[in-house]
Design a protein around this ligand. Structure first.
Ligand code: SF4
Length: 344
């Protein structure tokens, strides 16, 4: 399956996506946010179409976006149909809230005509009444709803389907996606919805998505944070990198510090982490507080520093290259990284 030019499913790498939170009618602001998301590593972007007066903005966004744009539509199926004519690369609908099977069919027909995929996005907060009222565990209700809609679509010959079943509970989504992975063979879009603010939402997303991705479940991910969407992209890439699935930026190995540390390592590591954000090459950088694990980790990294009493011993490609005072550690380490002649 292709969303714009981005492959989803099969052996394709897990794709990273996010959603704009600007007013869709303000195409300029939304395109500016999409540009920031793309720069951070977003590969697919979703844009809400809450009502008909967002359609013109949506069309301009599709025309100006460097990323494939997914139309996110609830309730009014006519907006989804219209979005297929305005440049959407994919639709996201929750068939349970668009009124009837006939309306879902009309959306599928429009997507087929436009040649774009549809995500069947089931959410715990907006389950169709026939599932919400069941006296079943939430994960089973999500799965039954998602499978029913998916089988309906494929039964009509529409197979260009991605499926999600989101909830804010990590155990619920793990159980739901495991079951979906067993019964469906279409790509799965993973997410913990309404996960929370930056810290809490990052932890929930990392645990939920991490467990599933580590089991080979999931083809595209969206981290949902009550924060700047650009943060979602950073977290998504960190999740993929921590599982060695994909990496697009440096890995920072830094020690937690302890009573042996004789430099003020935390601000040094934070500053190096900030500066590494501008680098798009997956090198390994070590920032270590003393001789216990410092030389070993630093030798194992592309560039590293092992701190001593008020000094830092700088390593490059496994060799000690110099020793600098504490105040010069950050600049010395970044100078060694610059000398690696990394691609821009
Ligand atoms: S590397 Fe040294 S300072 Fe850092 S946590 Fe380990 S023992 Fe402590």
């Amino acid at each position: 399956m292709l969303v714009g030019g981005i492959p989803i499913g099969g052996s394709a790498p897990v794709a990273v996506q996010s959603m704009t939170n600007t007013d869709t009618r303000d195409a300029s602001a939304t395109l500016a946010q999409i540009a920031r998301l793309a720069d951070a590593g977003c590969e697919i972007v979703r844009v809400a179409i809450p009502h008909a007066d967002a359609l013109d903005g949506f069309e301009r966004i599709c025309a100006g976006s460097s990323l494939p744009v997914v139309a996110d539509v609830h309730f009014d199926y006519r907006l989804a149909i219209e979005a297929t004519r305005r440049g959407a690369s994919k639709l996201r609908v929750n068939p349970g809230n668009i009124g009837s099977v006939e309306r879902f069919d009309a959306v599928l027909d429009a997507a087929r005509e436009a040649g774009i995929p549809v995500r069947i996005g089931v959410n715990a907060g907006s389950l169709a009444a026939e599932y919400a009222d069941l006296d079943w565990p939430l994960a089973d209700k999500l799965v039954a709803s998602a499978v029913s809609f998916t089988e309906h679509a494929t039964g009509r010959g529409f197979t260009d389907v991605v499926v999600s079943a989101k909830a804010s509970s990590v155990p619920v989504i793990i159980e739901a996606y495991r079951k979906l992975g067993e019964v469906l063979d279409c790509p799965l879009h993973l997410g913990v919805t309404e996960a929370g603010t930056l810290m809490g939402g990052t932890v929930k997303s990392a645990v939920g998505l991490g467990v599933l991705l580590n089991e080979g479940i999931g083809d595209t991910i969206r981290v949902s944070l009550t924060a700047d969407p650009v943060e979602e992209i950073a977290v998504a890439w960190d999740i993929l990198a921590s599982l060695d699935l994909r990496r697009r930026s440096p890995e920072l190995v830094s020690c937690p510090t302890c009573g042996r540390c004789e430099v003020d390592l935390i601000p040094i590591a934070e500053e190096i982490g900030r500066r590494l954000r501008d680098i798009r090459t997956p090198i390994k950088v070590a920032v270590m507080g003393c001789v216990v694990n410092g030389p070993g980790e630093s030798r194992d990294a592309d560039i590293g520093v092992a701190a001593g009493r008020g000094v830092g011993v700088i390593f490059a490609k496994g060799q000690i290259v110099r020793k600098v005072p504490e105040a010069e550690i950050v600049d010395a380490l970044m100078a060694e990284i610059a000398s690696l002649s990394l691609p821009a």
